[in-house]
Write a protein that binds this ligand. Structure first.
Ligand code: PMP
Length: 385
């Protein structure tokens, strides 16, 4: 009998660093979890109601593979209004979360051995998705002294004849970094020069605290070589609904659609109906959530720096990424001791790829009072070291 029936790509995957910590924390009492990468808010009531109403009205069947036309239309208008980027509804596909959109983008475009440049630390799925698609992730570490923004010179240095794509994720999970327009223009120039595909994961596009998000395909010449990945999980607090999207020029989108058709058929009908409501009437809730995240962000950044854990000011998403190596502990040890000694769960930064080591990810998608208590516990812990 074979040792395992699993293929070599799956055998090569490591379990997610995030899950390991959740599993430990779940066995303990009175843990404050700053480990979770999802909003603590429930989905706004009108969006929930729209989902319920759709079920009662008989929307219990498949939709078209691409997704409900009304939703794709609303999304096209939304992207045009916010970023001036034009997609025809037929250039948008509704997916099972941003996760499926990423899966489709990687699996429909990469051939074995194709290299994908990924600024890290990054969302744990990026390297895994590229690897599962047969591609080779090439990590380009971002540095704290650059506010964890990608340095285009590092990207240029990583380009080889095998490079097929760049996978960007800004605002960033886990650092909270954003990428400024001038930086993205440099990346765009490289993409043009080397004829690269850009996969731009903009799932945190609305969660920015200082200025306006830059949508990559809105940059000159980039629309034709970009797959825009997005979703409703973060902006509208809809993680459990499992709904997201990919947008790309027709020739690319058709490939993603074929894969989507043969794997999931279509995204959940209920979630699609709820998402229409999110786009039409969700703005006030987005604004409220952003204002509350911003309040917590200021608390946590000030608090961590005062404790003596250097923390740059994140400009997007809902994560802070303090440097914990100043305590003399590596990030794994820091996180596991903080969990067992003070019952605060954070995620070691090394799990997010090169450049993450020596840091931990703290999610401030957690109630203000809990963050205050977590800071007190962390201060006690750091002072004891
Ligand atoms: N991209 C990033 C950067 C993320 O942080 C996440 C969720 N943690 C996703 C994509 C996927 O989100 P979902 O599948 O819930 O839309």
């Amino acid at each position: 009998m074979r040792e395992t029936f699993l293929n070599h790509r799956i055998r090569g995957l490591r379990p997610s660093a995030i899950r390991k910590f959740f599993d430990i924390a779940a066995t303990m009492q009175d843990v404050i979890s700053l480990g979770i990468g999802e909003p603590d808010f429930d989905t706004p009531a009108p969006i929930v109601q729209a989902g319920i109403r759709s079920l009662q009205a008989g929307y219990t069947h498949y939709t078209s593979n691409s997704g409900v036309m009304e939703l794709r239309q609303a999304l096209a208008e939304h992207l045009e209004r916010l970023y001036g980027v034009h997609y025809d509804p037929t250039e948008i596909i509704i997916t099972v979360g941003g996760s499926e959109a990423l899966y489709l983008a990687a699996s429909a475009t990469l051939d074995p051995g194709d290299e994908v440049i990924i600024p890290t630390p990054c969302f744990v799925s990026y390297q895994a998705q590229v690897h599962m698609a047969g591609g080779v992730p090439v990590e380009v570490p971002c540095r704290m002294e650059n506010n964890f923004e990608v340095d285009p010179q590092d990207v240029a240095a990583a380009i080889t004849p095998r490079t097929k794509a760049i996978l960007l994720g800004f605002p960033s999970n886990p650092t909270g970094a954003i990428a400024r327009r001038e930086t993205l223009l440099e990346i765009a120039r490289l993409a043009e020069e080397h004829d690269l595909l850009v996969m731009s994961d903009e799932i945190y596009d609305r969660l920015v605290y200082d200025g306006q998000h830059v949508c990559f395909p809105s940059l000159p010449g980039m629309w034709k070589r970009t797959i825009l990945l997005g979703g409703f999980s973060k902006d509208y607090a809809m993680t459990g609904w499992r709904i997201g999207y990919a947008a790309a020029p027709h020739a690319i989108l058709q490939g993603l659609l074929r894969l989507h058709q043969y794997t999931v058929m279509c995204a959940s009908t209920t979630a699609q109906m709820a998402a229409i409501e999110a786009l039409r009437n969700g703005e006030e809730y987005v604004q409220q959530m952003v204002a509350e995240y911003d309040r917590r962000r200021r608390l946590i950044v000030k608090g961590l720096n005062e404790i003596g854990l250097p923390t740059f000011e994140p400009k997007g998403a809902f994560y802070a990424f303090p440097k914990v190596s100043v305590t003399g502990l590596d990030d794994e040890t820091f996180a596991s001791r903080l969990l067992t000694e003070e019952r605060v769960a954070v995620i070691p930064g090394s799990g997010f790829g090169a450049g993450g080591e020596g840091h931990v990810r703290i999610s401030y998608a957690t109630a203000y009072e809990k963050l205050e208590e977590a800071l007190r516990r962390m201060e006690r812990f750091v002072n004891r070291l």
